[in-house]
Design a binder for this molecule. Structure first.
Ligand SMILES: Nc1ncnc2c1ncn2[C@@H]1O[C@H](COP(=O)(O)OP(=O)(O)O)[C@@H](O)[C@H]1O
Ligand SMILES: [Mg+2]
Length: 235
């Protein structure tokens, strides 16, 4: 569904990504893990068209979209919940959700999709008229994911959904993300929280210093001594 080929990219002459190649397969949950500063969000900026790579290609559903503008992504079926969620704090939950449905492919069925989001996150229905600034971190993350779902994506991208969440809230959110995957949605998840993310993923990539240094099925990655040492401080 989505393929990155030999991506080099950076900011103002500083190269961050080197030769990044990866694939998010249709109907699967792919996860990119790596420590803070590894370049995970930069990869997503390239996918979302917010950063033009110096080299390499972004191919989505067989089309090279590397240099297509960012605003086309939602029309093509790519939706992202960015790091930190970027909600409008003074708007209500429902207003924030509806903003996700601006793509033509999503507009006509916005009411139906909203109902789907409320069924996935019943808590958001209860909080529909509340300003998002008053929500807990977990509820705000639900709004972020819900808003991305409002675009009716065929590929849903989540950048660090676990950020700042308590362990119990985190596992609730990850359970919902897994539910989306069971429902047939293609997902690309970026996480510092390697252990939790790999537990729900179908395939994983490990990033370090702007490169993919390892990849494979989650079982294998979770078994690797190197990963253990890097992430869980096990000697
Ligand atoms: N807008 C930016 N301008 C300049 N450097 C940036 C910018 N965003 C990120 N970087 C740098 O790129 C590197 C990778 O960052 P990022 O992709 O955010 O990593 P991650 O998401 O894995 O934590 C870091 O060294 C970071 O300082
Ligand atoms: Mg990041």
């Amino acid at each position: 569904m989505l393929r990155l080929e030999g991506i080099d990219a950076g900011y103002d002459g500083t190269q961050v990504l080197t030769g990044v190649a990866l694939e998010a397969k249709e109907g699967a949950m792919t996860v990119i893990i790596g420590p803070n500063g590894a370049g995970k969000s930069t990869v997503l900026k390239v996918i979302n068209g917010l950063l033009r790579p110096a080299r390499g290609n972004v191919v989505f559903q067989g089309n090279d979209i590397t240099n297509r503008p960012a605003y086309e992504r939602p029309e093509r079926g790519i939706a992202c919940c960015p790091e930190g969620r970027r909600l409008f704090p003074q708007l209500t939950v429902e207003a924030n959700l509806r903003l996700g449905a601006y793509a033509k492919r999503a507009r006509a069925s916005a009411d139906e999709t909203l109902e789907y989001v409320y069924r996935l996150f019943p808590r958001l229905r209860e909080r529909a008229r509340v300003k998002t600034i008053r929500l807990s971190g977990g509820e705000q993350q639900m709004v972020g994911i819900g808003r991305a779902l409002m675009a009716k994506p065929s590929l849903l991208i989540l950048d660090e959904p676990s950020l700042g969440l308590a362990p119990k809230t985190l596992s609730e959110i990850f359970k919902k993300v897994r539910e989306l995957r069971e429902g047939g949605l293609t997902l690309l998840l970026v996480e510092q929280n390697a252990y939790q993310a790999l537990r729900i993923a179908d395939f994983g990539y490990v990033m370090q210093e702007g490169r993919i240094v390892n990849s494979g099925p989650p079982d294998r990655l979770l078994d690797m001594d190197e990963l253990r040492r890097a992430y869980f401080a096990i000697p």
